[in-house]
Design a protein around this ligand. Structure first.
Ligand code: NAD
Length: 400
């Protein structure tokens, strides 16, 4: 397998793929569409981060591309439907930076409660502002988490270790960790807690759904954090509430529009307001997270190549496909229509092969069947599987 790694992916990924016997080429920057199509000649797997767009045109021009590894969290830069239709499997690293976001959120909650950034700025400017006024411990305070997913749930555990009382609101029923309490409405959460932190996902319905009305419902002198998505919060409304003193402090890591490159200028209505921490979308940006992403996604690429495993793929059905020895494995990605597995098995039985084991998983329009045989697969049987109308991709692995 030949792998192309773009966009300065952590070297741990290259090392792990080379160690697994792959031919690996690395390039530092992102490529535009024509450059990418050219660079993908003869490439089985590509590793990208957020700047490389894997479009339908790229996938159609390079049908030999088998896997896209997104060495990041988001996959908006990849046409996932076109990839599945082309039989190209996509993996990402959904959990690698969860802890990094949690640690930053907690650091900011403490910093806001103690006015740390203002105290530090004052002292840098030569002002000795020694005073306990408005400074609080977080122990015993109430934390309201909106969105109790990977990040929200982990923050809940770490905040409790600091003695905070945790409440959360989620659209779904969630298992509360530790002593956390799920409340039935956003208004109830806002009225209960004096520190509110947003960790919702990027679904379209979340656009602009935290604005003037929600800030008005918050308790006076509350703290507010958003490390989720920039488009969720009306920043003008937040500014008004900070200026009026209704909100005592805020930390914002994500913005409705963000500069494209490090070093680009940035302007925002929250600049210059006391006790406001602004960070350039670095919640998940730590060396530990980058290392973990490199290891995690390269592991997914390796497992797919060696066993056909699609566990945690974002666009095709998940099959764990444990390693087998001394046989043949058929990996069959197909359109999920009635009777397709029966047609696959009819072809196998007409080829006089005996099935040792078979796993099937379906997801939306697609099904993925992993079939193990103790014997070889006759060449015309593979051809017949390829010729099935429902077949998207067939791969045969002979296991040592
Ligand atoms: P997740 O999908 O595991 O959890 C999101 C949770 O929010 C889900 O439980 C969902 O049911 C809930 N939810 C969605 N809309 C809601 C709403 N309107 N009200 C209440 N609950 C709602 O996601 P995650 O991995 O925990 O990530 C959370 C957010 O953090 C995402 O938007 C992600 O993009 C962002 N993120 C930011 C950074 C950063 O650098 N700042 C890094 C990683 C992730």
């Amino acid at each position: 397998m030949k792998v192309l790694l773009l966009e300065n992916i952590h070297d741990a990924a290259r090392e792990s793929l080379v160690h697994a016997g792959f031919e690996v080429e690395t390039r530092s920057g992102a490529l535009d569409e024509p450059e990418l199509i050219e660079a993908l000649a003869g490439v089985d797997m590509v590793g990208i981060r957020s700047k490389t767009q894997v479009t339908r045109a790229v996938l159609e021009a390079r049908p030999e591309l088998k896997v896209v590894g997104a060495f990041c969290i988001g996959t908006n830069q990849i046409d996932l439907d076109a990839a599945a239709q082309a039989g190209t499997v996509v993996f990402n690293a959904p959990f690698s930076n969860t802890r990094s976001v949690v640690e930053l959120a907690l650091a900011e909650i403490i910093s806001l409660a103690r006015h740390l950034t203002d105290k530090s700025a004052a002292l840098h400017a030569g002002v000795w502002d020694k005073s306990a006024k408005g400074a609080h411990e977080v122990r015993g305070r109430t934390l309201g988490i909106i969105g109790y997913g990977n990040i929200g749930a982990q923050l809940s555990v770490v905040a409790e270790a600091f003695g905070m009382h945790v409440y959360f609101y989620d659209l779904e029923d969630k298992l509360p960790l530790g002593n956390a309490t799920q409340v039935g409405s956003l208004d109830e959460l806002l009225a209960t807690c004096e520190t509110i932190t947003l960790h919702v996902d990027g679904r379209a319905g979340n656009a602009g759904n935290f604005g003037a009305e929600q800030f008005a419902t918050m308790r006076p002198r509350s703290l507010f954090l958003n490390l989720s998505r920039g488009f969720v919060v009306d920043l003008e409304a937040l500014r008004d509430n900070l200026v009026s003193g209704h909100i005592a402090g805020a930390a914002v890591d994500v913005f409705p529009s963000e500069p494209k490159r490090a070093g680009d200028p940035f302007e925002n209505c929250l600049q210059g307001i006391p006790n406001v921490i602004l960070t350039p979308h670095v919640g998940g940006s730590t060396e530990e997270a980058q290392l973990d992403i490199g290891r995690y996604v390269s592991g997914k690429l390796r497992d797919w190549a060696v066993t056909g495993a699609t566990t945690m793929s974002v666009n095709v059905p998940a099959v764990a496909a444990p390693t087998v020895h001394g046989g043949t494995r058929i990996l069959h990605l197909h359109k999920n229509v009635p009777g397709v597995l029966a047609r696959v098995n009819t072809i196998l039985s007409e080829g006089d092969v005996n099935i040792d084991s078979q796993q099937l998983s379906t997801k939306g329009e697609f099904g993925y069947a992993v079939t193990d045989l103790a014997s070889d697969l006759p060449a015309n049987t593979e051809q017949r599987l390829r010729g099935l109308e429902e077949t998207v991709e067939v791969r045969v692995i002979v296991t040592a």
